[in-house]
Ligand binder design. Structure first.
Ligand SMILES: Cc1cc2nc3c(=O)[nH]c(=O)nc-3n(C[C@H](O)[C@H](O)[C@H](O)COP(=O)(O)O)c2cc1C
Length: 185
């Protein structure tokens, strides 16, 4: 992974957040990589409202994520980290996922030509108060649908479950370490 560009997209601003802890661990493990962090709670961007401007113009009516999209397109590895809130992503991350709609419209407007040339990899990190099984399946599916035309291969899903009682943090960390070590090899 040396010299690779890693984009970490964070979706919790809770003090003591397990997803943020896992992101920090990933940062420590990815020695020699260029790490770029997008903290969705700290960024101010508009939600998609389906205005269809992108369908006609090939870009979103809002320019507030232009810089983020460049970083997203250049990344070799994308780490998407979210708490489970009501069975899915935290609100700013759900909002961010909706904003990828402009790639979809461009894809169809251009005769289904892949909008991002570079092949990238992605890891989903999540934390849930309870077992989180149904939620993580749903989140996986949502993200795979949203990223299906974005030249991304999902390599791992890391869930830290039972954070309300006995957090399964070590299991999640070991899984994360294994997947990053595999990428390293
Ligand atoms: C608004 C809200 C909704 C939540 N919904 C769920 C849920 O549907 N399922 C679940 O297992 N845990 C749920 N939780 C618990 C969080 O997933 C848990 O606290 C998790 O550790 C948050 O991630 P973090 O530690 O990275 O902040 C919810 C917490 C909040 C604040």
């Amino acid at each position: 992974m040396e010299n690779k560009h890693v984009l970490i997209i964070k979706g919790s601003e809770r003090s003591g957040s397990f997803t943020n802890r896992l992101c920090s661990e990933a940062q420590n493990l990815l020695v020699g990589c260029h790490i770029d962090v997008f903290d969705a709670f700290k960024e101010n961007f508009a939600p998609c409202n389906g205005c269809n401007f992108c369908e006609v113009n090939g870009r979103c009516v809002h320019g507030d994520l232009n810089d983020f999209f460049k970083r997203f397109e250049n990344a070799d590895l994308i780490i998407f980290a979210s708490p489970v809130y009501n069975g899915t992503f935290s609100a700013p991350l759900k909002s961010l996922i909706d904003r990828f709609q402009c790639y979809y419209t461009t894809f169809y407007a251009n005769g289904k030509v892949q909008p991002i040339k570079k092949r990238r990899k992605a890891i989903l990190i999540a934390a849930s108060g309870r077992d989180g099984k149904r939620s993580i399946d749903f989140m996986n599916w949502q993200l795979k649908c949203a990223f299906s035309i974005l030249n991304i291969e999902f390599i791992e899903t890391v869930l830290c479950s039972y954070t309300d009682t006995v957090p399964q943090y070590d299991e999640a960390l070991n899984k994360l370490k294994r997947s990053l070590a595999y990428e390293e090899a």
